[in-house]
Ligand binder design. Structure first.
Ligand code: ZN
Length: 79
């Protein structure tokens, strides 16, 4: 890859960039990544989560799926 990040600074805090996310140069700070996402209006933020070392599946989505799966009032097994 020809892109040399040390030639670029984070667009939000001015520190040396380590990532290009949402079409913006950013450092590794979650705050800056979040800003890049907000500025871009980009998708669900999974890249920010990945960059922060977290699962790319947000916990609230996992929880929501578990609630749906665990509380179906029309469960035919209860007939
Ligand atoms: Zn930054």
């Amino acid at each position: 890859m020809a892109l040399n990040f040390s030639d670029y600074n984070c667009e939000f805090c001015g520190k040396p960039a380590t990532n290009v996310l949402f079409a913006a140069f950013v450092c590794g700070d979650k705050e800056c990544i979040d800003k890049a996402r907000d500025v871009r209006g980009g998708p669900g933020g999974h890249m920010a989560r990945k960059a922060a070392g977290k699962s790319i599946v947000p916990e609230d989505i996992i929880r929501e799926e578990q609630i749906i799966a665990g509380s179906d009032p029309a469960d035919p097994k209860n007939d």
